[in-house]
Design a protein around this ligand. Sequence first.
Ligand code: HEG
Length: 147
Amino acid sequence: MVVWTAEERVAIQEVFSRLDFESVGLETLTRCLTVYPWTQRYFGSFGNLYSAEAIMANPKVKAHGVVVLKGLEMAFNNMDNIKATFASLSELHSEKLQVDPGNFQLLGDCLTVVIASRMRTEFTAEIQAAWQKFLAVVIAALRRQYY
Ligand code: HEG
């Protein structure tokens, strides 16, 4: 089981309290689809993803950004049981969506870039350390149903 220190819990809470789900979700997904264009293949039903501008203006991308952050919030609300919390989400990404699990880290990195750009100097090394640990646990849970 993952052990969280009181300081780590406070740090992750601090990051979540600063996240505007709509704008952070949209920017994160836009970065992921732009920086790692092969990730677009999973979003064939989303319509126009031809450029960073088009992605940013795409309402389906905006809605999905919120969905992803709400998923992360669910993990945050169940920090001592992330594995079980994400069991069905992992199965969905593996079996139905067939998302290459390497992409979880890439999306996580984009989210960290967006958070850093918003929090600037307040995104201290200690806060980043706790945040990256949280993402690592989330990603491990999402990879769990792959075989
Ligand atoms: Mg996924 C659906 C969360 C990475 C592609 N993703 C979803 C859903 C959630 C979610 C909560 C909705 C599930 C449902 O409808 O029951 N995704 C989520 C998290 C992360 C992640 C928390 C990583 C941090 N997803 C991810 C990546 C890709 C991807 C890296 C592809 C590169 N997700 C994907 C697709 C769907 C979801 C294609 C279905 C979207 C739709 O059809 O609306």
